[in-house]
Design a protein around this ligand. Structure first.
Ligand code: HEM
Length: 549
């Protein structure tokens, strides 16, 4: 995507110039110098040509040299650098990246692995890359050996290369399950999971309540119901959860297998077998659920679930074949995992801030009760509470939306996006990113930029209250001010669903309960890096039902 003509084009221009020069300058001179020998004219022309060529050559090569300049970065020892990188997660490097940004500026390179890894830390460069030159920045790196097993050779949305398969899978998700018109299809699932959550919180024997596991289970159960249909019982959901957790928690242990996969399979034979077994356990649990769902759908036309949308897909670039059961497992796994830790952690961060700042909680409660009235008692029996803040109520609560957005700005669940790669050589910020280079973006830092956000580290939902009728554009299409969901073509396809879920659960949790801090506890907002960025000291709070009858 370079804007300057390439070297061969310039060579052609140069030859054309020389011909013109020869005809216009050298021939008339030669006519004037009638007595001159032909050999002299020939040498004269040749000299002028050579001088001009060398001037052009030096012009081109200095341009080429500049053009080839990678963003600056520290020196890294080949192989050893790659090995160290594979042993670390991206999150471990956050501190290092901070130092590198101060030294090299908002665009720098880490030389690790066969391709350079480039970090983009400025909002405007991120916008230029992801939105203005989206097509060039939307590929993903080739999957590592262990990921290939888990995502079936890049047959899921997040790991698929930028091409027809990715487009098909992503469009299927956004036009079916995530289509705004489908939102109310899942109201029943949302309500049923909310009831489970309220009961779990009420029946909790220990006081104060540590909420993180309850939030995680809630988000997981909801996505499982959206994926496999809402007939699944608690036992089945727990089975799915067990295999998914086992895989997630052991992923760091498998990183070393990616350093030199062929050797890794021999040296770390048992670890490799462990990975294969975990994948098989997952298939043993998910494939029967997929088959059962397909059968059920034949019998009755119930609510659409994600699995239903997968059965009719044809992979055009692979001989128009249907998805295999293994590929469906990878897609279902992605659906439930992509939204569980991200949403449940965002929920925990938001509730932690509402406990820490009772005034903000009181303002929020005021807004909720002004729309819904006073809350009923929370459900303790198996009767379903139906008096809840519904999806359409949440839409009418601007302060609630502001609280959710402020939570995502201040505590984005991911401090980076998933790695991108560039599809062709591109210029950015005066440097050149070669084809295949890996690119990442410092998501958290962008949302903390003091140029945009006054006093960025404090929690102030009011900053989102002045967005006018349109509201705040979280997609960053016009300008990136924060990017908790990424931006451009690879932006989280479920950003709308995630905002709805956060608004829905925060509204109900605050309507039913007053949340207060443990005596003498100042709610510690320190972070810890896991699959997402979590609270180092999980939130504990006293929950008092607002209506006791
Ligand atoms: C608060 C909740 C969530 C946050 C903060 C979040 C954030 C993100 C981010 C940062 C990315 C990477 C974007 C990039 O690589 O440029 C992403 C990708 C993705 N997310 Fe989410 N996400 C959330 C919820 C969900 C949910 C609920 C689902 C599914 C139901 C989901 C499905 C996906 C998928 C499939 C991708 C890959 C997109 C692609 O590569 O084209 N996410 N998300």
């Amino acid at each position: 995507m370079s804007v300057s003509p390439n070297a061969p084009t310039l060579q052609v221009i140069l030859l054309a110039c020389l011909c013109i020069l020869h005809i216009n300058l050298v021939l008339p001179i030669s006519k004037l110098a009638l007595k001159m020998e032909t050999w002299f004219i020939f040498i004269f022309t040749l000299c002028v040509t050579l001088i001009l060529k060398s001037v052009f050559d030096s012009f081109i090569s200095s341009k080429e040299k500049n053009k080839k300049k990678l963003p600056p970065g520290p020196f890294a020892v080949p192989v050893i650098g790659s090995f160290l990188w594979l042993r670390k997660s991206l999150f471990d490097l956050e501190q290092v990246l901070h130092v590198l940004r101060a030294k090299y500026g908002p665009l720098f390179t880490l030389r690790i692995g066969p391709q350079p890894v480039i970090f983009i830390c400025s909002r405007s460069l991120a916008h230029r890359a992801l939105v203005q030159h989206g097509a060039a920045f939307s590929d993903r790196p080739k999957a590592l050996a262990t990921s290939e097993i888990l995502n079936n050779n890049q047959h899921n949305i997040s790991s698929a290369a930028y091409g027809p398969t990715w487009r098909l899978l992503r469009r299927n998700l956004t036009s079916e399950i995530l289509h705004p018109s489908r939102s109310c299809s899942f109201s029943h699932a949302r309500l049923s999971v909310l009831n489970t959550l309220l009961r779990r919180l009420l029946l909790n024997k220990s006081e104060p309540v540590t909420v993180v596991d309850h939030f995680q289970y809630t988000m997981f159960a909801l996505l499982v119901l959206m994926c496999f249909g809402d007939k699944l019982d608690d036992e089945q959901i727990k089975q799915v959860e067990a295999v998914q957790r086992a895989l997630l928690l052991s992923q760091a242990r498998f990183n070393v297998l990616n350093f030199w996969p062929r050797l890794g399979k021999i040296v770390f034979r048992n670890r490799w077998k462990e990975l294969i077994k975990l994948r098989k356990d997952e298939e043993d649990v998910l494939i029967p659920l997929i088959r059962a769902r397909i059968e059920e759908r034949k019998r009755q036309d119930s609510m659409v679930a994600y699995v239903d949308t997968l059965t009719g897909l044809q992979l055009a670039d692979e001989g128009n074949r249907s998805l295999t059961e293994g590929e469906m497992v990878s897609l279902c796994e992605e659906f439930v995992n992509a939204g569980t830790d991200t949403t449940s952690n965002a929920l925990q961060w938001i509730m932690a801030n509402l406990v820490k700042y009772p005034k903000i909680q009181a303002n929020l409660y005021k807004e909720i009760s002004s729309i819904l009235g006073p809350p009923p008692p929370p459900p303790v029996t198996s009767d379903m509470a139906t008096a809840v803040a519904k999806e359409e109520d949440v839409e009418r609560m601007p302060y609630l939306k502001a609280v959710v957005l402020e939570g995502l700005r201040r505590h984005p669940p991911g401090h980076f996006v998933l790695p991108h790669t560039v599809t062709e050589e591109v210029e950015l910020g005066g440097y050149v990113l070669p084809k295949g280079a890996q690119v990442n973006f410092t998501v958290a830092e962008m949302g903390w930029d003091p140029e945009v956000w006054e006093d960025p580290m404090s929690f102030r939902p009011e900053r989102f209250m002045s967005g006018g009728k349109e509201g705040f554009d979280v997609t960053g299409n016009k300008e990136i001010k924060m990017m908790p969901f990424g931006a451009g073509r690879r932006i989280c396809p479920a950003w709308n669903l995630a905002l709805l879920h956060l608004g829905y659960y925060v509204a109900n949790l605050v309507w039913y309960f007053e949340w207060t801090a443990v005596d003498g506890d100042d709610v510690d907002l320190s972070e810890k890096l896991e699959f997402t960025v979590v609270m180092k000291h999980p939130l504990q709070a006293h929950l008092s039902p607002r209506c006791l009858v």
